[in-house]
Design a protein around this ligand. Structure first.
Ligand code: HEC
Length: 95
């Protein structure tokens, strides 16, 4: 069920993502909406919300690559480094 929602969300929001390119944080927000927020916007029983991750203060581009590459629910989700960098900036802005 979650996976179905995630795939639908990815399909629906990729069109909108072209708008928010004016800063790294906005870019990261768009990537999150497209690929992550189906599970991480508010979090689920298993997935922590991105706001909770931001408070832990450990989100980095490399860390995201690691989390996505190994044992993630949707593994492997692959994002180019610039999208991971934008995502890290966005997640850390949620503190
Ligand atoms: C289908 C639901 C789903 C989607 C989509 C998803 N995640 Fe997750 N994510 C999870 C779940 C469940 C966990 C916790 C269990 C695990 O690590 O697999 C998790 C864990 C994580 C963690 C590790 C959290 C920790 O406790 O250290 C990070 C970082 C993360 N996700 C980032 C992302 C990013 C970035 C995206 C988008 C590119 C994304 N996730 C998309 C479900 C999802």
């Amino acid at each position: 069920m979650l996976k179905y929602f995630a795939v639908t969300a990815i399909a629906l929001t990729s069109v909108a993502s072209a708008h928010a390119q004016s800063s790294l944080v906005q870019q990261g927000h768009a990537v999150a909406d497209r690929a992550c927020n189906a599970c991480h916007l508010k979090g689920t029983i298993e997935a922590p919300s991105f706001a909770a991750l931001a408070k832990r203060g450990t989100v980095t581009e490399a860390g995201l690559g690691d989390a996505l590459g190994h044992g993630h629910e949707m593994s492997p989700i692959t994002l180019p480094p610039e999208e991971r960098r934008a995502l890290a900036a966005y997640i850390n802005s949620l503190k």
